[in-house]
Write a protein that binds this ligand. Structure first.
Ligand SMILES: [Zn+2]
Ligand SMILES: [Zn+2]
Length: 333
């Protein structure tokens, strides 16, 4: 007999018009699935895109895909403190077999599934989230606080994927454009790996934060590597124009439709330039993210850029743009 049967949990259900906390029956935990009690969820910018209509999403749904919590039942022992991947890949389609599991042809995503469907509790703005088979779970060391660990599953892991696409950074000049959670995480990761890190962002508050995360204000000189997180077309063009001979531009922030950016092919040819994109990440990048946050927990002020959490009932109050100095709002369901 399933001891969870008959239990209820609470989830913030986004309806398009707003968000309401509803009582939901605790689901049965099937083979390969894991039920997690969410301790802290952080608010990724893509959820703001969803609620403002910039990104298409199933509706109604339980949003939220960056969080830390404890296993109730499933793939790891009960009580294990974990973060988890955004994507639930099938594992056997051509894309999965080619190593692009995040782009699985049948991918399902945490915080992106219809509430009326078979995976109602897909999001982290809830007391419990159900994680299907295929989701990567990574145990979080006790020394890493919730506010530091929560962004691992989207922001930090995506940054690890971007750095993998960028190649070795030690001794190189790196430009980071867009100093939100991803940009500052990238600045910190590049600095930690021995790069000289320049940061560009229109907000003075964020540039001030960059210093604490291993970066300094952009000096306008050529760079070996540019990591673009703002998604602004002008920033993409400007970053491309900054590459030195053999340089690489990694695009990460362009996740919503925007204007095309002019490309000078002669500059790419003569400059031996590389332009690449990264969207989501692979399981190894989530493991790297947790290891990186653990290694740098005292070196960079991760928790300082996460706002004090609000209760679940107040989720609507944090699904709005935060002040520039706060990179992540948080919810303690
Ligand atoms: Zn995200
Ligand atoms: Zn697949």
């Amino acid at each position: 007999m399933d001891s969870l049967a008959g239990g209820v949990t609470r989830a913030a259900v986004w309806s398009g018009a707003g968000t309401a906390v509803r009582e939901v029956p605790l689901p049965a935990v099937g083979p390969g699935e894991t039920l997690v009690r969410v301790a802290l969820a952080t608010v990724c910018g893509s959820d703001l895109h969803t609620v403002t209509g910039r990104r298409a999403a199933p509706c109604p749904s339980v949003l939220g895909h960056e969080a830390v919590g404890r296993v109730v039942r499933g793939a790891l022992p009960a009580g294990t403190r974990v973060v988890w991947s955004v994507t639930a890949p099938c594992g056997d389609c051509a894309r999965c077999l080619a190593g692009f599991t995040a782009k699985c042809a049948r991918v399902r995503k945490v915080g992106h599934e219809p509430f009326a469907g078979e995976w109602a509790l897909s999001g982290t703005y809830a007391e419990h989230v159900l994680l299907p088979a295929g989701v990567t779970l990574v145990e979080v060391p006790d020394e890493v606080p919730d506010a530091v660990a929560a962004p691992a599953g989207c922001a930090t892991a995506t940054v690890m994927a971007a750095l993998a696409a960028a190649g070795a950074v030690a001794g190189r000049r790196v430009l980071v454009t867009g100093a939100g959670m991803l940009g500052l995480s990238a600045a910190a990761a590049c600095a930690f790996r021995g790069a000289e890190v320049l940061v560009a962002d229109p907000h003075p508050e964020r540039l001030a934060l960059a210093a604490a995360f291993g970066g300094r204000p952009d000096d306008g000189a050529p760079v070996d590597l540019a990591l673009e997180f703002s998604g602004a077309a002008a920033a993409v063009g400007a970053a491309l124009s900054r590459l030195d001979l053999g340089g690489t531009l990694v695009l990460v922030g362009s996740v919503a439709p925007g204007p095309a950016v002019p490309v000078d092919p002669e500059a790419i040819v003569r400059g031996w330039l590389t332009v690449t994109g990264v969207h989501n990440y692979e399981p190894r990048h989530l493991r790297e993210a947790v290891a990186f946050l653990h290694a740098t927990r005292d070196r960079y002020p991760w928790a300082s850029v996460v706002a004090p959490p609000v209760p679940l009932a107040e989720v609507a109050t944090v699904l709005v743009p935060a002040p520039p100095g706060i990179l992540r709002a948080a919810i303690a369901p």
